[in-house]
Design a protein around this ligand. Structure first.
Ligand code: ADP
Length: 256
């Protein structure tokens, strides 16, 4: 296996070779198309790569294909053609048991939070930790650290309905971090939040990113995108129409 660069993070733990690509690439789409039987082509010939520790916005109008990209990364869908590669795991060779291995490398949050409504904040995170097989003895310390990281140390015993939208999303983010993921995927995480909560969640995602976790955030909040200097992948009608990291040859540099 190609050695990983000394980035201060442990190796990805996935087996298999990384081919000719840099070991620092955590997501690689190569000519990916996705066709749904009932609705037709959702993605057409999409290629891009995301490196370890990058922050990437995925933008585009509703129905453009953003969620489909996230579902392909999470192996909830398979590409119709082309290859999706996450760390060393390729959609071309992935078997059922590899899916669990893949998902341990990923965290995901959604617009609607998806918390267990009848469990406290602490229990929501404990449930996710139990699924990972974490030893019980270390759980409460780990939950405390995760809640501190997302700024919710004082809300451990609250139920989701006792929290604001922004706080509920923080719980969902803490839950997504239980595996110490290589990549955090966020599908419209601020879609249900007001402007102030949106800024707070974005700031938290940047802080998580600063610890070395790559973040891919799907959003149609163009103000948020414009205010930041993060890399942007823009999808329209299933096609990648802009990668701000790769300016079109001959075109002036992207300015915001
Ligand atoms: P976005 O996240 O940008 O709003 P989506 O990725 O959800 O877009 O959808 C892209 C296209 O794929 C849409 O035309 C949508 O109807 C279609 N699509 C998404 N998921 C499915 C599915 N499970 N079955 C059929 N069509 C789907």
């Amino acid at each position: 296996m190609t050695p990983e660069p000394a980035t201060g993070k442990p190796p990805s733990g996935l087996t298999g070779h990384t081919g000719t690509h840099s070991a620092a690439t955590v997501i690689r789409f190569t000519r990916v198309s996705k066709e749904f039987t009932r609705t037709g082509l959702a993605l057409k010939d999409v290629s891009f790569a995301v490196n370890k520790g990058e922050f990437v916005f995925l933008t585009g109008p509703s129905g453009a294909g953003k969620s489909t990209i996230l579902k392909l990364i999470f192996a909830e869908e398979r590409p119709t053609s082309g290859e999706v590669k996450i760390a060393a795991l390729s959609s071309a060779t992935m078997r059922h048991r590899d899916i669990a291995k893949l998902r341990r490398k990923l965290g995901i949050v959604f617009q609607d939070f998806r918390l267990l409504e009848d469990r406290t904040v602490e229990q929501n995170i404990a449930f996710a930790l139990e699924v990972t097989g974490a030893p019980r003895a270390s759980m409460s310390g780990r939950i405390g650290r995760l809640l501190t990281q997302v700024g919710l140390a004082s809300k451990a015993q609250a139920l989701p309905r006792e929290l604001s939208g922004g706080e509920q999303q923080r719980v969902a983010i803490a839950r997504a971090l239980v595996n110490d993921p290589l990549v955090l995927l966020a599908d419209e995480p601020t879609g249900n939040l007001d402007e102030r909560a949106t800024r707070g969640i974005f700031q938290l995602l940047r802080e998580i990113n600063a610890t070395g976790t790559a973040v891919m955030m799907a959003t149609h909040d163009l103000d948020l995108v414009k205010r930041s200097d993060c890399r942007t992948l823009e999808i329209n009608h299933g096609q990648l129409v802009l990668d701000s990291a790769e300016p079109t040859p001959g075109a002036p540099p992207v300015t915001r």
